[in-house]
Write a protein that binds this ligand. Structure first.
Ligand SMILES: Cc1cc2nc3c(=O)[nH]c(=O)nc-3n(C[C@H](O)[C@H](O)[C@H](O)COP(=O)(O)OP(=O)(O)OC[C@H]3O[C@@H](n4cnc5c(N)ncnc54)[C@H](O)[C@@H]3O)c2cc1C
Length: 311
């Protein structure tokens, strides 16, 4: 990225919502569950699995967390009724992690039971580093209750991740490994791209070695190549792991993984609260800065007919 690109990416949160909406259409499945199901069906027809994420706002009350639980119940019911191959991903703070960890655990236990009744699965997304220990604690406590259709996420960016792997492996966990979207301070997080990649691959290696179910969530061709080698080294069968990608990102690479016979699950976010998620995706897209400049300029500069463009 050039200095200009970086500057534009930093001011993204201030870019008009209409511009963000237009540029991020590829990353969001729509505002409603019906639209999201249409996207999941298309993915399933292309041989891909899905995980549905209900985009939520920051919650401050118990009632708001219960409303999100209800929204996810609706998702499970619709997945079953429509015969879709999808599970769900949930943000622990949406279920109350920063209000009261017991509330979050109860809400999650509710959702996991709902998933188990429908042979489905709940993946607990990982948020910023201030939530890591509590999220892992809640995950452990769900497993100790005997719930199994639940998995967690570890972020290769964090220095603690290999220790977290060691602490989890005896529990036969299901772990999504990703780089980690939240930029954390150098004391707790690797800053260099290659250090993060190496930590990613080491985490996948240890998890595969220990017999954990691993979801390899990345679009980085280097990490995918190393992961392919590790899967071969550990003699893993197709159903013992999966690759994961985000909706609208590196679709050709995803198609290639499917052609090779790997399972690929696509993260499908939907809902009225699309703005924050979209900004995060645009900030990660290397080609986006120029597009944003052009789109914003088109909106703000007078059109050929002298009028100011509005969309
Ligand atoms: C299924 C899934 C679930 C995730 N869950 C979490 C989570 O729970 N917690 C968390 O912190 N993070 C999560 N992430 C995000 C993740 O941590 C990274 O921020 C994100 O995946 C980008 O990292 P990367 O490994 O693809 O590598 P990068 O080096 O960022 O990207 C590799 C290449 O992919 C392409 N690319 C990546 N992003 C985009 C984009 N938006 N638009 C266009 N091209 C792009 C580019 O070509 C780039 O060079 C998840 C990611 C995936 C795929």
């Amino acid at each position: 990225m050039t200095v200009l690109d970086l500057a534009i990416v930093r001011v993204l949160p201030a870019v008009p919502r209409a511009v963000v909406k237009r540029l991020s259409r590829r990353y969001i499945a729509g505002e409603t569950l019906t639209e999201a199901c249409r996207v999941v069906r298309r993915l399933n027809e292309a041989g891909k699995l899905a995980t549905l994420d209900v985009l939520g706002e920051e919650v401050t009350t118990r009632e708001e967390t219960l409303a999100l639980v209800e929204a996810y119940r609706d998702v499970f019911e619709t997945i079953r009724r429509e015969g879709l191959d999808s599970n769900v991903s949930v943000k622990p703070t949406g279920l109350g992690l920063s209000i009261d960890t017991d509330l979050c655990r109860e809400n999650l236990a509710d959702l996991v039971r709902c998933a188990e009744e429908r042979s489905s699965f709940v993946r607990i997304d990982m948020e910023d580093a201030s939530t890591t220990s509590d999220t892992l604690e809640v995950y452990r406590s769900l497993l100790s209750e005997g719930l199994v259709s639940v998995g967690v996420v570890l972020q290769a960016r964090l220095r603690r991740t290999l220790d977290d792997v060691s602490a989890l492996v005896d529990l036969h966990p299901s772990v999504r490994v990703c780089k980690g979207i939240y930029l954390e301070r150098p004391e707790i997080a690797y800053q260099g791209a290659q250090a993060i990649r190496e930590n990613f691959v080491n985490a996948v290696d240890h998890l595969l070695e220990a017999g954990a179910y691993v979801a390899i969530a990345t679009h980085d061709a280097w990490v995918i190549d190393r992961s392919r080698e590790l899967l071969a080294k550990h003699g893993k069968k197709r159903e013992e792991y999966e690759f994961q990608m985000l909706l609208g990102v590196c679709e050709e690479l995803g198609d290639q993984l499917v052609r090779e016979g790997h399972r690929l699950r696509v993260y499908v976010p939907f809902g009225r609260r699309w703005h924050e998620y979209s900004v995060r995706r645009l900030q990660e897209n290397p080609a986006m800065a120029t597009a944003i400049t052009k789109a914003t300029a088109r909106r703000l500069l007078p059109g050929r007919n002298g009028r100011v463009a509005t969309r």
